[in-house]
Ligand binder design. Structure first.
Ligand code: SIN
Length: 541
């Protein structure tokens, strides 16, 4: 694809788009090969990883094994996890934790220096490595940022957001990007032989999410528009215990609280999970989220009661949650925390192979934007940071092995600006305002929440697809960023309409059973999703 652009940069080495844990760790693993990282905000800001309260799952205990970890991953994924991927990721977990510890991540340890491990839902063992209870994301990001800043082969460019993949000679050859503050800023072309997408998830497509609000599926949409194969977009994870204080993004009450014995109650003080699943509050996350959703829809209020399990210890053991509660005027030592399900994670993404390669030559994907086959229909808690680390390392190895002659260069020399513009088609007419269509975005987030949320049905999904199509028509000429969001929303809703069963994070009220014949991942292109959307538009309202 050639867009008119004002400036052309030739990147020496790979280009990583996104600077959360996935992007930064991949960059570090490439050293001393040169790499450029585009970050939409200052490093550490706006990345979901920094907000992660959970930790990293790794079978390190004497009573645990990678095989058991892989088994739990496969079971939580509800029939569509790739077991070979699950086992290989579980087997690499210990090495990746050691890497992070070596970079200075202050993981919680016992008196003998062994990693402390906590329990989370659907894990059969204490297996989650944490930092200060619930602060792993922030601490890992601090360690990575320090290491990145000290690595001369990594060049970070802050304040830049990518909108389009650049294609040349049948392969991805860079990205078109612009100032992250201005969706109408003149595009710059960053030309690179290898592009790694590490742009995060889709949380901001929903009304309330645990993700930073600027994370709205732009990377997935950009890859789909370039023709990449997308996998499992219908599988969206809702966290059962967002703290219900009318905030977006909403703070989380970590699942580890339930691992410590906290229980879900309603306004009468009664528990409802034991009647729903033998593991009660430690049932798989999708089961708990749906139960909370149904209980709220039945007119109840739902609370996480930490009083008996943790009492005053919560403040010390879970300082992040304690801080959120304090801000909201809740004292969890003496009163239960009001909770509701919120969008948390996207299992689907740009399809990759076991090395992180996408279906487009020259394009790799890592972290939440990718779909590697690890999570299936429902991600096991604390497997996401692990997946980002394992695939970041694999991508770095694959890319650097194909460029064995690369040499270390001082960061300042990695980019060579050339005067533009390059010839290309005339730019389309600019809209009268340069603001993102806020009203349309609000409508998109409402329809995704109401009709493509915790529970879906055919009528709602059809309505959602029709609405997305109408918004796209009405916003013709809108920014590429918004087009990327609409593209991702289309993929999620279309795949959800096509999957006529309930499985993991995809619950259909009109198809409540799991259908063994559909126990396979979804593979879908944007063209296929648009055909489903066109059909939905033809269906009478
Ligand atoms: C949590 O701590 O509940 C979130 C952890 C995760 O999503 O893996």
């Amino acid at each position: 694809m050639t867009l008119p652009h004002d400036t052309l940069f030739d990147v020496d080495g790979a280009l990583i788009v996104g600077a959360g844990l996935a992007g930064l760790y991949t960059a570090l693993r490439m050293a001393p090969h040169p790499v450029t990282v585009l970050s939409p905000m200052a490093l550490g800001e706006g990345a979901s990883s920094a907000w992660a309260q959970g930790g990293i799952a790794a079978a390190l205990g004497d009573d645990d094994s990678p095989a058991a970890h892989a088994r739990d991953t496969v079971a939580a994924g509800a029939g569509t996890v790739d077991p070979a991927v699950a086992l290989s990721v579980a087997e690499e977990a210990a090495k990746r934790i050691e890497d992070l510890a070596g970079l200075g991540t202050p993981f919680d340890r016992d008196a003998a220096g062994r990693f402390l491990q906590s329990r989370e839902a659907a894990h059969s063992a204490h297996r989650v490595v944490r930092v200060k209870g619930d602060a792993a994301g922030r601490a890992i990001m601090q360690a990575l940022i320090g290491a990145v800043r000290a690595t001369p082969s990594i060049r970070v460019i802050e304040g830049i957001e990518a909108d389009d993949l650049a294609l040349a000679g049948g392969r991805v050859a860079g990205v078109f990007a612009r100032s992250a503050c201005d969706p109408w800023a003149a595009p710059m072309l960053f030309r690179a032989p290898q592009v790694v997408l590490a742009t995060g998830g889709i949380g901001g497509l929903y009304r309330i999410t645990s993700n930073p609000s600027r994370v709205r599926g732009q990377g997935l949409g950009m890859a789909a528009r370039a023709g990449a194969m997308i996998a499992d977009p219908e599988f969206v994870q809702f966290h059962p215990t967002g703290i219900a204080v009318d905030r977006d993004p909403a703070p989380l009450a970590s699942e580890a609280l339930r691992g410590e014995g906290a229980v879900l109650i309603d306004e009468t003080g009664a528990r409802f999970m034991p009647a729903i699943h033998p593991d009660a509050e430690l049932a798989p996350r999708d089961v708990v989220a749906r139960a909370v959703h149904h209980h709220i829809n039945a007119g109840h209020r739902v609370f996480l009661d930490t009083r008996a399990a943790l009492g005053a210890r919560l403040a010390e053991q879970f300082p992040t949650v304690a801080g959120y509660c304090r801000e909201a005027g809740i004292d969890p030592a003496v009163e239960p925390i009001p909770v509701a399900p919120i969008q948390h994670y996207h299992m689907g993404g740009v399809r990759t192979d076991a090395a992180g390669r996408t279906s487009l030559d020259g394009l790799w994907a890592v972290g939440e934007v990718a779909c590697t086959g690890l999570h299936g229909a429902n991600r096991l808690a604390s497997n996401s940071l692990l997946e980002a680390l394992v695939f970041g390392a694999r991508i770095a190895t694959a890319i650097t092995e194909t460029a064995p002659g690369a040499t270390v260069q001082p960061a300042g020399a990695l980019l060579t600006p050339e005067p533009g513009p390059e010839p290309g088609p005339e730019p389309g007419p600019e809209p009268e305002t340069d603001t993102l269509p806020e009203a349309a975005l609000g409508e998109l987030r409402r329809i995704m929440t109401a009709d493509v949320g915790v529970e879906r049905d055919g009528a709602g999904l059809t309505r959602a697809l029709r609405t997305i199509a109408r918004i796209e028509r009405e916003c013709e000429g809108a920014s590429r960023a918004f087009l990327n969001m609409l593209t991702t929303a289309t993929l999620v809703a279309a795949a959800a309409l096509r999957r006529t069963e309930s499985r993991g994070g995809h619950a259909r009220a009109d198809y409540p059973e799991t259908d063994p014949a559909q126990a396979r991942p979804t593979l879908i292109t944007l063209d296929q999703a648009l055909a489903i959307r066109a059909e939905a538009e033809e269906t009478a309202p």
